[in-house]
Design a protein around this ligand. Structure first.
Ligand code: ASP
Length: 326
C-alpha cells in the first residue's frame, strides 16, 4: 500500500474525502465547478480586495513573486483608514485599543505571524520579518512590538478620530454582538499564484470590533485564517474567527484539496464542517476562498453577502460568493 493510502487509512481522511464529495454533490452541480483561470492570479476577500489585487497584480504581471504580491496587496488595505477592520483606521477593542493580527506564508512553506500588535501600521510586513528573520513563527503583543521596532518599524497612533468616535458611541451601551456582514468583517485575506506557479498567502485584520482586550482571532493563526501548501493550493478565511479556529478552516480546505476535492468542493466542505460541529453557527458569517496549483478557485460562505475580488486574465472583478444558508 502506498504511504499516502496508509496515511489516509490511519487518519480516516479517505472516508472524510468521500463523504465530502458525496455531500457536496447533493446540491446543484454548477456550484461545484471551480472557476478556472490562467496564471498569474490574485484573489482577495471582500470589496477592498479589489485594491489589494491591483497592487498585487503589478507584482505578478511583471513576473514577481506571489509572496511580494500578497504583501504589497494587503498593505494597501492596511494603510486605508476607510477600511475599519484592517490596520490603520481599524476599530479598537472594548478598551479603545487597536490590536492587529496578521500572517503570511511563502511557497517554501515558511510562515510568520504577529498577534495583538499595537501601534504599527503594517503588521503584515512585521509578520514577514518574523518569517524571514527569526527562528519563530509567531510573536505576540509587547514582544511583537519590540521586534517591529528593532526592525525599524515606527510606532504611530493607528486609532483614527472616526474609529474613536464610533467606539465612544458604542461604549454608551457596550453591547457586544457580532454582526453578520457589517463593516466589522472586512479582514483582508489574499492568495496569489505567480507566473512560475508558486503560491503564497497573507491575512491581516484588526479583528472583531470591541472584542475583549487580548482576544486573538483566526487571522494570524497559520492553518486557521490562512494556509498554503505549494504542492496543493492555498486558502483564507474571514468572518467570526472563533468558528474558523475551532475547525482549523484554512488547513482543512487545503487538506481536502490534497484529498482530491476541487477548491469549490473544499470550501463548501469546510463550511459544512462548521454547520455540523458548531451549534448556533447561523448567528455568524464565515467566508472562505481557495485556489489550487491549476489556477482553479473556490469561494463559499455561510450567509449571503460575502464577496471577493478575483484578478485573472488581466481582469479584476468583484464577485458575489455562493453561500450555504439559502
Ligand atoms: N476573522 C476575523 C477575526 O475573527 C474577523 C473578520 O474576518 O472580519 O478576527
Amino acid at each position: 500500500m502506498s504511504s499516502r493510502r496508509e496515511f489516509l487509512k490511519k487518519t480516516g481522511l479517505a472516508t472524510i474525502g468521500v463523504a465530502a464529495t458525496a455531500a457536496a454533490c447533493q446540491t446543484e452541480n454548477k456550484k461545484h465547478i471551480s472557476q478556472t483561470t490562467t496564471r498569474p492570479l490574485a484573489i482577495s476577500t471582500w470589496k477592498n480586495g479589489m485594491q489589494a489585487n491591483e497592487a498585487g497584480w503589478k507584482v505578478l504581471n511583471s513576473g514577481g513573486r506571489a509572496l511580494d504580491a500578497v504583501e504589497q496587496g494587503v498593505k494597501v488595505v492596511e494603510a486605508d483608514p476607510n477600511d475599519m477592520s484592517v490596520g490603520y483606521g481599524g476599530r479598537p477593542d472594548r478598551d479603545g485599543i487597536v490590536t492587529l493580527d496578521a500572517c503570511i506564508m511563502d511557497e517554501t512553506g515558511n510562515a510568520g505571524s504577529v498577534c495583538a500588535l499595537e501601534n504599527i501600521k503594517h503588521p503584515i510586513s512585521v509578520a514577514r520579518r518574523v518569517m524571514e528573520k527569526t527562528p519563530h513563527v509567531m510573536l505576540a503583543g509587547a514582544g511583537a512590538l519590540q521586534f517591529a521596532k528593532e526592525e525599524g518599524f515606527v510606532e504611530e497612533n493607528i486609532l483614527t478620530d472616526k474609529a474613536r468616535e464610533q467606539w465612544l458611541e458604542w461604549r454608551k451601551t457596550s453591547e457586544y454582538k457580532p454582526l453578520i456582514n457589517i463593516e466589522n468583517h472586512d479582514t483582508i485575506g489574499m492568495l496569489a499564484l505567480d507566473q512560475k506557479g508558486d503560491i503564497s498567502g497573507a491575512c491581516t485584520t484588526s479583528g472583531l470590533a470591541y472584542k475583549m482586550h487580548g482576544r486573538v482571532g483566526d487571522s494570524p493563526i497559520i492553518g486557521a485564517g490562512m494556509y498554503c501548501d505549494n504542492e496543493i493550493g492555498g486558502a483564507v478565511a474571514t468572518g467570526m474567527g472563533e468558528l474558523v479556529m475551532k475547525t482549523l478552516g484554512s488547513f482543512l480546505v487545503v487538506e481536502l484539496m490534497n484529498q482530491g476535492l476541487s477548491p469549490q468542493q473544499a470550501v463548501e466542505e469546510a463550511i459544512g464542517r462548521i454547520v455540523k460541529k458548531i451549534p448556533g453557527y447561523q448567528d455568524f458569517q464565515i467566508g472562505y476562498l481557495a485556489i489550487n496549483k491549476a489556477g482553479e478557485v473556490g469561494a463559499y460562505s455561510l450567509h449571503k453577502g460575502f464577496n471577493y475580488a478575483l484578478y485573472a486574465n488581466d481582469n479584476n472583478q468583484l464577485i458575489d460568493s455562493d453561500y450555504y444558508l439559502k
